[in-house]
Design a binder for this molecule. Structure first.
Ligand code: NIG
Ligand code: FE
Length: 406
């Protein structure tokens, strides 16, 4: 197996200490920065990391890239996106700026259902092509692992097609980006069903079992929220998915405190996401659980919602991630580093918390325990930024300093 190296890196942000602390209660020194660093790896794993001056003669002979003037981090991980869809909702965005709420637009037949209509006009090839373009753009910004949800079909055949399109994306990007395929037919209730539970029992659960048979999906998700899916629906999905060994994720406590975070922890979900309204019991549950709490600050900002109780979540010892939630409605932004830059002062995060949220903890939100740190044994997936200190990356917010994923 060919062995390679990255040498003379201005800094390597290894996250070694953050990894030892399981991504909790992070302080800036947990970034474990190595100045003038080198890393040696093969196709499967990182073999060695340290200061360039400490390389053995044998390691110095390994074919290496000179990374002078670059900071190297674990690849960024976007653990929550809805990247496969048709059309756009710019008109709704205008309506929201002019006073309508996200829920009012949805109640009038817009929102997710309007993207469902636009997505219905695209076949699998067009869906895959637009997905490739979107994922290429994320890769160019240094994101090397991406979760992609279905959920704009809301019909047995269309959701099947969306999942297979995500599977095509997974194969297309193999070796360049890891794609986590999340089945989210429980994204909104189609108008033809009287209740969310009818839809769950008639289409969502049977299709989930079929996709599990195909081994096409990695996990499931559900929009547990008033006007969308209930606690009972969420528990049904969790039980059925767990019986097939699938990972559980949930859109939780976004507009109301539905105790979604508590429920996610009780069921051993990989992550619960949004958490705008999560209160003390949810925070306590996350603090004592392996379930990752994922904040989606771009969505709160774009919808003009009050920020999540982030400081308390981080201080409690919960394992916290930040993701883009890239989607056509509530956050039409795929720039994870920009979102984290904006979130840090909003949430009052230190630099260690900022970076752990988009690398190590985001990887854990996808069950990727071999990602998110530059330590021996971890997957060799790095992001290089054209600058000499880690501070510069998010200091230059909105500017892409990444030279891509290595
Ligand atoms: O995470 N909350 C539900 N799903 C998306 C929004 C999807 C849409 O509006 O199209 C979210 O914000
Ligand atoms: Fe979402």
């Amino acid at each position: 197996m060919p062995v390679r190296g990255l040498r003379n890196c201005s800094q390597i942000v290894t996250m070694a200490s953050a990894l030892k602390k399981d991504g909790r209660k992070i302080v800036p020194t947990d970034l474990s920065v190595i100045e003038d660093g080198a890393v040696i790896y093969d196709d499967q794993a990182i073999l060695w990391v340290g200061r360039d001056s400490e390389l053995s003669d044998e390691m110095k002979r390994v074919p290496s890239r000179d990374m002078r003037g670059h900071v190297v981090t674990p690849c960024l991980v976007d653990s929550h996106t809805h990247s496969v869809f048709g059309g756009n909702r710019a008109v709704e965005y205008g309506k929201r700026l002019n006073g309508a709420s996200y829920q009012e637009i949805a109640a009038a037949g817009g929102g997710i259902l309007s993207t469902v209509e636009a997505t219905g006009k695209l076949g699998r090839t067009a869906l895959v092509e637009s997905g490739i373009a979107r994922i290429e753009a994320m890769l160019a910004r240094g994101v090397g692992a991406i979760e992609v949800k279905s959920g704009y079909g809301l019909d047995y055949d269309k959701e099947l097609e969306l999942t297979l399109a995500i599977d095509d994306l997974k194969k297309h990007f193999k070796g360049r980006a890891r794609i986590f395929n999340t089945f989210m037919a429980a994204h909104a209730v189609p108008k033809r069903f009287a209740t969310s539970n009818d839809y769950m029992r008639t289409e969502v659960i049977p299709l989930m079992h079929k996709l599990a048979d195909f081994k096409a999906i990695d996990g499931v998700d559900i929009f547990f929220e008033q006007g969308y899916f209930s606690r009972e629906d969420t528990i049904l999905l969790f039980k059925e998915a767990a019986s097939r060994g699938l990972a559980l994720k949930v859109h939780a406590d976004e507009f109301n405190d539905n105790k979604g975070a508590v429920l996610a922890c009780e069921h051993g979900a990989l992550s619960c996401d949004h958490l705008l309204m999560t209160s003390q019991d949810g925070i306590r549950a996350l603090a004592g659980s392996p379930t990752v709490g994922t904040l989606l600050p771009g969505t709160g900002l774009f919808l003009g919602k009050p920020a999540a109780n982030a400081r308390e979540l981080f201080d409690s010892g919960a394992k916290m991630a930040i993701a883009s939630d890239f989607n056509p409605g509530s956050c039409h932004c795929d720039d994870l580093a920009l979102i984290a830059s904006l979130a840090a002062p909003l949430y009052k995060l230190n630099l260690g918390e900022l970076w752990v949220s988009i690398t190590l903890n985001a990887a854990h939100a996808l069950g990727y325990k071999d990602m998110g740190a530059i330590v021996p044994g971890h997957a060799p997936r790095f992001t290089a930024f054209k600058c000499t200190t880690i501070e510069e990356v998010t200091y230059s917010w909105g500017k892409n300093l990444s030279v891509g994923v290595i």
